[in-house]
Design a protein. Structure first.
Length: 586
């Protein structure tokens, strides 16, 4: 009966270990604000630099699987070339060994206070307490994230202690020693390590379990080394699963990770057994400790990286032979490849990717409306076709971005991240509506062209003034959004007010021409369509500007801002007068 409870305790300890690691990684990722991903994206112009970056990032986020999955995402998005990703994958394998070293601190011996405080069983309660205080009693997002890191680390170490306690009884069980003798067979040991790691999806956790078992004093180097090497193979499963349904190069990145560890394991095992046969290592039959496991884990990954680093091109070619160029790609629109599902676990970076796509959408919307406006007095089929194509493309942008942003919003976001998501959702809706108004303008221009009609010279002259104002407000709104330019954003509202006044005046003049018989009812409807749609475009530009101002000023009350700026802002009044003078009707 005691054995059953010990197994349950072991599983509970493993659950706490995995949860603590996840929370610690989550806190570190939030604290970095997407900066780690940006570094990985940009600073990988040579393999050695990639190794160092992979090492550092994995040490920080405590997961080689997460780093490798990130690389698969970058390669799939076209942000990173396969060769750049190989270096990062190698570095990630070294970086993940830091966890084993932290866990090995439990083996420190000594009676002094300082030595005792270095033991995880003594210092984890302090981390947990500090973390809980920071999370519960501080409002600062930064402090809360630091608290999450500390609490996660405390839970991780408590989970390790729990696992160690749960398996301590095994040192008195003869059958356990006999089972471990099976793993002195290298193939069985490698398979056992790979299977365990593949099941729990964490090499750090499986190494932690091995370190906990080492405290029984039953595990020898002959059994431990193959298991440790197998654990490195098992961790490849996460990246392999994440590459399903991606581009060929992304799948190749996952395959490189697998080949790197399989080739490394083969070389290391052959080297170890050959050298042991020649030199008869004195430690070969001795019992492993938490520290010796960390040493083996690090030695393997560093050695294999040094051996295979000169052969990155060979690994790339091997991956390309495995996943050949003749294989059909999964149809993924290249414009949206940066909206990777794998980036959702790092919301700050995922939002950055959304912003990149939204900027492209903004530029397309401006191009679409500019082409449509030009059709009023210079209709041609080429521009008309382009307007329709751009509008369809912009619709796809909104669908892709909207879906992705909704997924991001379901994550555990900071206040700033949540506000950024809301702003992007609002802005992409405005850009999409601008393209809809472009199609309305195209249809109105097409109606004139099909009927062989045209506006009077006076009406065209008035429309040109309005179109010039719309061109400027579109340019300013796009620039404000792309550059996050507060000064430019504040020029939108006074210009939008001028556009509203122009539209009112154009409608009044149109009615006057109707009364004088200088315009037909039919042409009047088309003219009204033009002015109404252009006025709506300026309204959407105003919405975009307000969103930009809100996120930059960290104040989220659009109605209050517009009311205040129109009544109390001297800059608004000055700019309004300047724009009114600039866009005088003839």
């Amino acid at each position: 009966m005691d054995y059953i409870f010990n197994v349950l305790t072991l599983l509970g300890g493993l659950a706490l270990f995995l949860y603590g690691m996840d929370q610690m990684g989550d806190g570190l990722t939030k604290l970095s604000g997407g900066k780690l991903e940006k570094i990985l994206e940009k600073l990988t112009n040579n393999t050695l630099k990639g190794v160092l970056l992979g090492l550092v990032v994995t040490c920080i986020i405590q997961s080689s699987s997460a780093t490798t999955v990130m690389v698969v995402g970058f390669v799939n998005a076209g942000i990173m070339k396969l060769r750049q990703g190989i270096g990062i994958i190698m570095g990630a394998n070294i970086g993940t060994t830091i966890t084993a070293w932290i866990l090995s601190l439990s083996g420190i011996e000594g009676e002094s206070f300082i030595v005792q405080m270095l033991k995880p069983s003594n210092f984890w309660p302090i981390f947990a307490l500090v973390g809980a205080v920071l999370i519960m009693f501080f409002k600062s997002e930064k402090k809360k994230n630091i608290g999450l890191i500390a609490l996660g680390f405390g839970i991780l170490m408590y989970g390790m202690d729990t696992m160690s306690g749960a398996v301590s009884f095994l040192k008195d069980v003869p059958a356990f020693g006999e089972i471990l003798l099976m793993f002195t067979n290298p193939i069985l040991g490698v398979l056992a390590g790979a299977l365990l790691t593949a099941i729990i999806q964490s090499s750090s956790a499986s190494v932690g379990i091995l370190q906990a078992l080492s405290q029984t004093g039953k595990i020898q180097f002959g059994a431990a080394i193959p298991i440790i090497l197998g654990q490195n193979i098992g961790t490849c499963v996460t990246a392999m699963l994440s590459s399903v349904g991606t581009s060929k190069n992304a799948r190749r990145a996952a395959v490189v990770h697998l080949y790197f560890n399989i080739i490394g394991t083969t070389i290391f095992l052959i080297g170890y057994y050959v050298l042991n046969a020649i030199f008869e290592f004195p430690f070969a039959d001795s019992v492993v400790t938490e520290t010796s496991i960390a040493i083996v884990h690090t030695t393997f990954n560093v050695t294999v990286t040094l051996l295979l680093l000169p052969f990155t091109r060979g690994l790339e070619k091997l991956a390309c032979l495995t996943i050949k160029d003749t294989e059909e790609d999964i149809a993924v629109d290249k414009d949206f490849r940066v909206l990777e599902e794998r980036f959702l676990d790092t919301p700050a970076f995922a939002i950055e990717q959304c912003n990149t796509v939204a900027i492209k959408m903004a530029e397309l919307s401006r191009e679409c409306i500019t082409k449509a406006i030009g059709l009023a007095d210079n209709y041609n089929e080429e521009d008309a076709k382009l307007v329709v194509e751009l509008e369809d493309r912009i619709d796809k942008y909104e669908d892709a971005l909207g879906t992705y942003l909704i997924k991001i919003s379901s994550k555990n976001l900071t206040v700033v991240e949540s506000n950024n998501v809301s702003v992007l959702l609002n802005c992409i809706g405005d850009f999409e509506r601008i393209s809809d108004h472009a199609v309305n303008l195209y249809e109105a221009a097409k109606e004139l062209n099909d009927k062989g009609q045209s506006f009077s010279e006076n009406a065209l002259a008035e429309l040109h003034v309005l179109k010039d104002a719309i061109d400027e407000i579109l340019e300013n709104a796009t620039k404000a959004f792309v550059d996050k330019d507060m000064k430019m954003a504040k020029t939108i509202e006074p210009l939008e007010e001028v556009v509203d006044n122009l539209c009112d005046e154009l409608k009044a003049r149109h009615i006057a021409r109707l009364k004088e018989g200088k315009c037909t009812i039919e042409l009047g409807f088309v003219f009204s369509d033009f002015t109404t749609n252009l006025e709506r475009v300026s309204d959407h530009c105003s919405n975009i500007a307000v969103c930009v101002i809100e996120v930059l000023a960290n104040e989220f009350d659009a109605h209050s801002y517009i009311d205040k700026v129109k009544h109390d802002d001297e800059d608004f009044k000055t700019q309004y007068k300047e724009y009114k003078q600039k866009y005088l009707l003839p």
